[in-house]
Ligand binder design. Structure first.
Ligand SMILES: *[C@@H]1O[C@H](CO)[C@@H](O)[C@H](O)[C@H]1NC(C)=O
Ligand SMILES: *[C@@H]1O[C@H](CO)[C@@H](O)[C@H](O)[C@H]1NC(C)=O
Ligand SMILES: *[C@@H]1O[C@H](CO)[C@@H](O)[C@H](O)[C@H]1NC(C)=O
Ligand SMILES: CC(=O)N[C@H]1CO[C@H](CO)[C@@H](O)[C@@H]1O
Length: 339
């Protein structure tokens, strides 16, 4: 027996199914909207809002967008670094795998945890080495056993993946060092005055601030749309033509509550390769604007060393190697000198 449905009837049937289904969906959406409104009006509970940018997960793939969220694993970790201790400050230093020299300079200058009058933790954030990966990785393991200050996850350590490195540090603080009060992210070519930061900006004797994020403010900028530049950001990766205000990458400071907040919001929005602008986007999504710092204490440019001047800043850019050692030696030797 042949069952034959004439095409006209089939079309009408499909049309009917479609109309019913749409009506059902529409009805459901409307009900959800009504329910949300009812909850907001009558129960006065805040319904969580979608991120403003709506650059939402599920993961978006683009060669110039750092893959995130991805369950990156810690290859070298320090899960007990903050156990039974309440650091006042975690200093997260960003550098490159092969650059042992910078790490050593920092360990012997401002990164030395044992020279301060508050509990300071210094950690170096690294991804996977690209150059001579096996040898470099072995050296890193040894170095981490000697100094116990290296954190590493299994993403490629490249310029375009810088944001992943900062996010790793933020994840580490959230999971393994939530007892700290403040966190500083800093590059490895900086002069850092921890005493000034601790005693003139953060104040250990006061309660820990909340929603605090500060550094050299950058406002009214936007992504570079020209492919000729290193920092080219295509519209698919970041559609807006402007960045919200953010703190310049060489160094910024935040209260520990911000670590978890940024980590959580970063799971939901599209990650861009500029880590500092990305922090600004997270703050924007969180509706927590960065706090402007007192003038001139976060210096993104190089300033000539002058003891009295360097005593009144948090950081100065472009100090590394022998120059940093020399400046630091003089700075530290004369730290009780009146200016
Ligand atoms: C850190 O400072 C302490 C105390 O001054 C000193 O004994 C130690 O050698 C320093 N560590 C490094 C790596 O320079
Ligand atoms: C970033 O890291 C991921 C994970 O290791 C890697 O697949 C990707 O190629 C890296 N991206 C760039 C632009 O280096
Ligand atoms: C993106 O741009 C729109 C307007 O063009 C603006 O309303 C929105 O706040 C911007 N988002 C960010 C993250 O700046
Ligand atoms: C800038 C400055 O005053 N530096 C002094 C630091 O202290 C040493 C001696 O301890 C002096 O030689 C420097 O001139």
């Amino acid at each position: 027996m042949n069952i034959r449905i004439c095409p006209g009837k089939l079309l009408i049937l499909l049309l009917l199914i479609f109309i019913f289904f749409s009506a059902y969906l529409f009805h459901r959406e409307r009900n959800i909207e009504l329910l949300k409104k009812w909850i907001q009006d009558y129960v006065n509970v805040q319904v969580p809002q979608k991120p403003v940018n709506n650059l939402t997960y599920p993961a978006f793939k683009h060669p110039l967008a750092p893959p995130y969220p991805f369950p990156y694993q810690f290859v070298i970790n320090l899960p007990n670094k903050c156990k039974d201790r309440k650091p006042f400050l975690v200093i997260m230093v960003l550098g490159e795998c092969h650059d042992l020299q910078s790490r050593q300079t920092i360990r012997e200058t401002w990164g030395n945890e044992s020279i301060y009058d508050v509990d300071v933790v210094t950690i170096f954030l690294l991804g996977l080495p690209r150059v001579a990966p096996d040898q470099t990785q072995l050296m890193l393991k040894e170095e981490s056993m000697v100094f116990g200050d290296i954190i590493q996850q299994d993403f490629m350590d490249t310029y375009y993946n810088l944001t992943l490195k900062t996010l790793m540090g933020i994840e580490w603080v959230t999971k393994f060092c939530p007892s700290t009060s403040y966190v500083m992210k800093i590059d490895n070519d900086m002069f850092l005055n921890v005493d000034y930061l601790v005693h003139q900006l953060l104040y250990p004797e006061y309660p820990i601030r909340e929603n605090f994020f500060t550094g050299a403010l950058v406002t009214n900028t936007g992504p570079i749309r020209s492919r000729a530049y290193k920092w080219y950001v295509p519209e698919e990766v970041y559609p807006n033509n402007t960045y919200p205000p953010y703190c310049a990458g060489p160094g910024y400071v935040f209260s520990v509550d911000m670590a978890k907040k940024i980590y959580d919001v970063a799971q939901e929005i599209r990650v861009i390769p500029m880590e500092d602008a990305f922090m600004g986007i997270c703050l924007y999504e969180l509706r927590i604007p960065p706090t402007p710092p007192p003038r001139g204490i976060f210096n993104g440019f190089k300033a000539e060393y002058n003891l009295c001047r360097f005593k009144k800043v948090v950081m100065v850019h472009h100090y590394a190697g022998e120059e940093l050692r020399t400046v630091w030696a003089d700075f530290w030797a004369n730290k009780s000198q009146k200016c």
